[in-house]
Design a protein around this ligand. Structure first.
Ligand code: NDP
Length: 460
């Protein structure tokens, strides 16, 4: 006999698991959630939230510099890493407590333990050895940094997990990777005062983003003093007297005090007992259908462990949809199309929908509108920076297929553009909106002149 009986057992108290647990409980289910680390998961504890706090910290450097052009004289600013990290940790502890009390208020039982499947209906709590019998099980264990091959000196490499707890701000940072995390941390460290080198194996950072946006961001980061080295990988790292000697594939070497790899994340599927329960994987992630159901009918999975779109709001939506489907009597599928996203780089990026390349593959004629300009704030500050806006439009229907923004507050803008794109707005709908002046976002409704049309080539 099991030590406990519940309707729903959730493994992992991150964004997806917490939402699913609370909503299922609201539908009347008896819910237990197990978490082996800290309630809140990657987003709250060592992802989006602490990252954004570090982004805020890093942006003050520009503010101090820019103030002079607006008439301000301030003393030489100094930065204290220990203060930032301590304040950040306090805020994360507050949020963790808030997540915990929200779960408790929702009458969800929380167990601080690793949980593994014994069979399709039984979970074992490793902290106590107790078993729980559950009608339904939800796996929401997320993903973890993956550092790639075991190169010489890999033991000196940190991931983003450790970057949040470094004892001091490194003077020289070398980051490998060209995705969200690499780009964001390159800008964070640079803003805080480190000398930053970004090493990326491909042609240009941010593969999968619109090519113009990739080029624009790389140029802007370069202007700020971040060294981007493309078409190279880190081959070896050696600890020497004054730091880490990092050798790249072309044999060029760099000295660094901190080497961080942001080379992707792998779903947390190891040691969960998935085989015992019969849950199958696809490309290293838990395979699920459109209702997040796994190969075992009473076991579901949401969030990064399923490797669909690895973003917090997507995991939350998947967790909510699961709970409504299974416990609310209302089957809900999550719409994974046209998900807006932001990269908190400098300048910030906000994107939704198709890139120019993707649109040209799917539509016969695609109109492209774009503009690049100096943001108004940079006039008096004298800062050498430009913003970039691009709209991708289906020539036949006039529908806006994609929007790509690089500039201050691009993340805030793209959330709102997302509403229009999800409503299938046309370019004429955008144009019908009166501009808000003077703003940067007015460019979205004043892009009158088409840059060019891309015609799909007929197959040979
Ligand atoms: P990404 O998948 O975005 O990027 C991984 C990068 O590492 C790519 O540039 C990839 O190159 C490179 N890479 C992979 N393997 C190797 C290797 N063996 N050697 C050298 N380079 C390698 O992962 P991240 O870790 O940056 O982020 C993980 C996820 O977290 C993202 O997918 C994103 O969904 C989410 N996230 C979202 C944020 C946001 O919304 N602002 C912020 C941070 C993370 P290549 O392009 O050639 O494959």
């Amino acid at each position: 006999m099991a030590d406990h009986n519940v309707d729903l057992f959730v493994i992992g108290a991150g964004s997806g698991g917490v939402r699913a647990a609370r909503i299922a409980s609201g539908h009347g289910a008896r819910v237990m959630v197990a978490e082996e680390y800290r309630v809140g998961g990657t987003c709250v504890i060592r992802g989006c939230v602490p990252k954004k706090l570090l982004v805020y910290a890093s942006r003050f450097a520009d503010e101090f510099e820019d103030a002079a052009g607006y008439g301000w004289t301030a003393g030489e600013p100094t930065f204290d890493w220990a203060t930032l990290i301590a304040n950040k940790d306090r805020e994360i502890a507050r949020l963790e407590a808030a997540y915990t009390s929200n779960l408790e208020r929702a009458k969800v039982a929380i167990v601080k333990s690793r949980a593994v499947l014994e069979d399709a209906h039984t979970v074992r709590l490793l902290a106590t050895g107790e078993t729980v019998r559950a009608e339904t099980i939800l796996i929401a264990t997320g993903a973890a940094p993956h550092l790639g091959a075991e190169i010489a000196g890999i033991e000196h490499v940190i991931s983003s997990n450790e970057a949040f707890h470094l004892p001091a701000l490194p003077r020289r940072v070398l980051i490998q990777g060209g995705g969200y995390i690499a780009v964001e941390f390159a800008n964070i460290f640079h803003g805080l005062g480190s000398e930053v080198t970004l090493v990326y194996r491909g042609e240009q950072i941010l593969r999968g983003f619109d090519n113009d946006i990739r080029d624009h961001l790389a140029t802007e980061m370069g202007k700020r003093g971040i060294k981007i080295v493309c078409k190279q990988t880190v081959d070896a790292i050696e600890k020497v007297d004054h730091g880490l000697d990092v050798e790249l594939s072309d044999r060029e070497s760099f000295m660094a005090d901190c080497v961080m790899f942001a080379t992707g994340r792998k779903p947390n599927v190891q040691g969960l007992g998935l085989e015992k329960a019969g849950v199958t994987l696809a490309r290293g992630a838990i395979a699920v259908d459109e209702f997040s159901r796994t190969s075992v009918p009473n076991i579901y999975a949401v969030g990064d462990v399923t490797d669909r779109i690895n973003l917090t709001p997507v995991a939350i939506r998947e967790g909510h949809a699961f709970a409504d489907t299974v416990f609310g009597g209302k089957p809900v599928k999550v719409d994974h199309a046209d998900v807006p996203t932001a990269v908190f780089s400098e300048p910030e990026l906000g994107v939704i929908g198709l890139t120019e390349t993707q649109a040209a593959e799917r539509y016969p004629r695609v109109d492209v509108y774009k503009t690049s300009f100096r943001p108004m704030k940079a006039t008096l500050s004298g800062r050498d920076t430009r913003s970039f806006f691009k709209l991708i439009v289906d020539a036949a229907s006039d529908r806006v297929l994609g929007c790509h923004i690089a500039g201050p507050d691009a993340g805030e803008m793209i959330q709102l553009v997302g509403i229009a794109v999800k409503m299938n707005a046309t370019k004429a709908d955008f144009d019908a909106v009166m501009a808000v002046h003077p703003t940067a976002s007015e460019e979205l409704v004043t892009l009158r002149t088409k840059a060019y049309t891309v015609e799909r080539q007929a197959a040979e």
